[in-house]
Design a protein around this ligand. Structure first.
Ligand SMILES: Nc1ncnc2c1ncn2[C@@H]1O[C@H](COP(=O)(O)OP(=O)(O)OP(=O)(O)O)[C@@H](O)[C@H]1O
Length: 145
């Protein structure tokens, strides 16, 4: 389903003007977050993963440097999903409903970027969380450090 197939964002809005000040720009940025949350199912999945990792991190009492890695891992996937949505929107804006090989290439490669980011996210999470997991389970092994 292309982005244009989803319900219109602002059916009545026909014009726009430059952001008058910083707070209007910030409001529009938060509106972008709301658009991602309300329209993009995959983005919601990333947020659920982020909240789950936050909960696990609190339970495991992660060190400061491990929090840093976990934050980078989770943000990486979220930013990839945001870029994917931007690319989908630009492609749909450019080609509309018409089939185009380059449109397919752009969307598929953008999706591949998300898959790659999620693989890195899970690899970092596994590397960082596994010693805490062994400790929590009371298992002592060679992979603790
Ligand atoms: N204009 C197009 N021309 C050719 N192929 C397209 C075009 N638009 C989409 N596709 C193909 O159809 C697939 C689905 O497109 P769609 O825009 O629905 O993305 P999606 O995977 O549903 O994204 P999301 O679920 O994040 O909205 C794309 O991955 C791409 O392979």
């Amino acid at each position: 389903m292309g982005l244009q197939d989803k319900k219109p964002l602002w059916p009545k809005r026909k014009t726009y003007q430059r952001n008058k000040n910083f707070f209007v720009a910030l409001f529009n940025a938060f509106n972008g977050v709301w658009i991602m949350l309300s329209r993009e199912r995959n983005f919601r999945i990333h947020i659920v993963i982020a909240l789950a990792v936050l909960w696990v991190g609190i339970q495991f009492h992660l060190s400061r440097s491990d929090w840093l890695w976990v934050t980078i891992a989770v943000s990486f996937a979220i930013i990839a999903e945001i870029l994917n949505t931007i690319i989908e929107a630009i492609v749909d804006l450019t080609v509309g409903d018409r089939y185009d090989d380059l449109a397919k290439l752009a969307k598929d490669v953008a999706a591949a970027g998300v898959v790659f980011a999620v693989m890195i996210e899970f690899a970092i999470l596994a590397i960082i969380l596994q010693p805490y997991l062994w400790h929590w389970l009371g298992i002592h092994n060679l992979f603790n450090y």
